[in-house]
Design a protein around this ligand. Structure first.
Ligand code: ZN
Length: 194
């Protein structure tokens, strides 16, 4: 028991600190899945394609697979008509006022030349595509000016609002504490021996 108590207390403390700054998930708010294939402009340079694909992978990771987006670079003048109802990614030279990107519904426009960090710009525009709003203040992917490469707590709150993120839930932690050390004595009467 002397070994079990510090472990259990440490895990509980870690859990509480984590949930302090994030909303607690409700079962009906964690089920959103966005699964789409975007069609990318064949004019996009290789470095822009790499940054955009990496940003899609990052969303899959931070949402635990809830935002499953992929891109196929098959959009050109010939395919534009048949793909006009699909989500598309266009590369353009300039966007007023010197923006690195702009997203309107299912159309993401990237201006690689105007963007100081193509990966950060891609994260920001994909965020808009998923429905994320600009952060009112502070740093983060969805900051209106100089968006960052890493998700802030405020970004996670936005993802949570959209049902694309859920903090890990308490029952998982309880299970872990009971299986860490098989030599922990039986805890009775809450966990009767079978
Ligand atoms: Zn924006």
């Amino acid at each position: 028991m002397t070994r079990a108590i510090p472990l259990f207390a440490t895990l509980l403390a870690g859990c509480a600190a984590y949930e302090d700054r994030l909303p607690v998930a409700q079962p009906d708010q964690i089920t959103a899945i966005v699964s789409r294939t975007l069609h990318g402009d064949t004019r996009c340079p290789e470095h822009a394609r790499i940054a955009f694909a990496a940003a899609l992978g990052t969303y899959a990771s931070v949402t635990d697979g809830r935002a499953r987006l992929q891109v196929r670079w098959d959009l050109d003048n010939a395919s534009l008509m048949t793909l006009s109802t699909e989500p598309i990614v266009l590369c353009v030279d300039t966007l007023p006022p010197h923006a690195g990107g702009k997203t309107d519904g299912d159309v993401i426009k990237l201006a690689p030349l105007a963007c100081p960090d193509e990966y950060a710009c891609a994260l920001h525009e994909i965020g808009h595509y998923l429905g994320m709003q600009h952060l009112e203040h502070g740093h983060g992917v969805m900051a209106e000016r100089n968006p960052s490469r890493s998700f802030s707590d405020a970004d996670f709150v936005e993802l949570f609002r959209l049902g694309l993120y859920a903090p890990h839930r308490r029952p998982d932690f309880t299970t872990v504490t009971l299986t860490i050390d098989p030599s922990i004595p039986r805890i009775e009467p809450e966990y009767p021996h079978e």
